[in-house]
Design a protein around this ligand. Structure first.
Ligand SMILES: Cc1cc2nc3c(=O)[nH]c(=O)nc-3n(C[C@H](O)[C@H](O)[C@H](O)COP(=O)(O)OP(=O)(O)OC[C@H]3O[C@@H](n4cnc5c(N)ncnc54)[C@H](O)[C@@H]3O)c2cc1C
Length: 351
């Protein structure tokens, strides 16, 4: 039977189903689960983890809204869900404002808040599921904009020492769906808040072809930040399954980035492969195209499968397991490698 332990400011629950806490909706359990709503509670919890023999050596997993994780089995340690709230303006110039947003805020709500104030910079990132605190972890990106474009700094607390640290843009080592929090500092810091800079006189970014095409179809010639947000929302709703209806974590794999010589080799096998230049020597290849051309689009195996509209998205039809999704992902990786010689890397955090 699940039961709960109160310790000063924190409530630690036992044997908690994670089904509703992640967007794949897989029924796995956490041995311990704790939602953190204040910094005091976080410090109290970290102290407990350090000093109480119950928790001392347990693995820890930091959870936001669970829209980029795949649980393949019960989690034997403690899941800490970050529920810190608050959005405030902390600095202002004639052209810009600096916003501090707490990690537990919903990302899309932050985008809507900025639109309401008339501040631009993150409208292309509308409707990306998840929390503000996870945005720097994989440097969320969509429709020609990345989180790092507006990022100034973040505050994080070390799981090991409980010490507070400020990370600048350089410290975060942002890349395509990448930051230091996915590699060298994985699971080592709890991000508590981020500072982003928004523009009072926004210049919209319509570089992304699908966005430009949508605006042209709607005869929007001089788009505002609201037009951009509405366009992005509309395109996303058509293309991506709603996790509330069909379990998924968005793109399961990253788009591979190839140096020119590798790309030339790929083109010999796949002359029509969809690709985008990154810089003079690097090309990004559409992983969805590779997966589709291995025949995976719309394939269903038991209760898991590949989405019919977007081959990068793996789905749980209801009773799928994390193991089944992991096995499907592995079969996709094998067939893409055998056909095109390219190794797909998961974007999703697999536990
Ligand atoms: C339908 C759908 C569409 C999506 N589209 C996009 C897209 O267009 N672009 C894109 O980039 N992503 C996309 N994603 C992926 C996802 O939305 C992002 O990765 C998002 O940032 C995850 O936020 P989260 O709060 O759900 O993180 P979680 O899934 O809870 O966690 C993700 C990782 O971040 C870590 N983490 C979370 N919070 C913290 C914290 N406070 N401190 C330290 N570490 C933390 C976790 O440990 C984990 O490693 C999509 C997902 C879905 C389901």
């Amino acid at each position: 039977m699940p039961h709960s332990l109160y310790n000063k400011m924190v409530l630690i629950e036992e044997y908690v189903s994670l089904k509703k806490y992640h967007t794949f909706g897989i029924d796995v359990a956490a041995r311990y689960f704790c939602e953190i709503k204040s910094l005091e509670a976080l410090y109290s919890l970290l102290n407990l983890l350090k000093t109480d023999h119950h928790y001392q050596h347990l693995p820890v997993f930091i959870l936001g809204a669970g829209s980029n994780v795949l649980f393949t089995e019960d989690f034997k340690g403690i899941v800490i869900q970050i529920g810190l709230k608050g959005i405030r303006i902390i600095d202002e110039t004639k052209e810009t404002i600096t916003v501090e947003a707490a990690a537990g805020e919903n990302w899309h709500q932050l985008v809507l808040w900025s639109l309401e104030q008339g501040y631009g910079g993150i409208e292309n990132l509308s409707l990306i599921p998840g929390s503000v605190g996870a945005a720097p972890v994989q440097n969320i990106g969509a429709y020609g904009v990345e989180f790092s474009d507006c990022f100034l700094q973040l505050t994080a607390i070390s799981l090991k020492t409980g010490g507070k640290a400020i990370f600048s843009k350089k410290d975060c080592e942002f890349g395509y769906r990448h930051s230091i929090f996915k590699t060298a500092l994985k699971n080592q810091y709890i991000i508590c808040d981020v500072h982003i800079q928004l523009s009072k006189n926004p210049k919209v970014n319509t570089h992304y072809p699908a966005l430009r095409q949508y605006l042209a179809e709607q005869s929007v010639t001089q788009p505002t930040i609201h037009d951009i947000s509405n366009a992005v929302i509309s395109i996303r709703q058509k293309k991506l399954p709603d996790p509330a209806i069909l379990g998924n974590a968005g793109s399961f794999f990253k788009n591979p980035e190839l140096v020119l010589s590798e790309f030339t080799q790929l083109q010999q096998r796949a002359s029509h492969v969809v690709h985008f230049p990154v810089d003079n020597n690097t090309v990004k290849v559409a992983a969805a195209w590779l997966i589709e051309h291995c025949g995976w689009r719309g394939k269903r195996i038991g209760d898991v499968g590949v989405h019919t509209e977007q081959s990068l998205v793996l789905v749980n039809y209801g009773q799928g397991t994390g193991q089944a999704i992991k096995a499907l992902a592995s079969d996709i990786q094998t067939s893409v490698f055998e056909k095109f010689g390219i190794r797909l890397t998961p974007e999703v955090c697999i536990l």
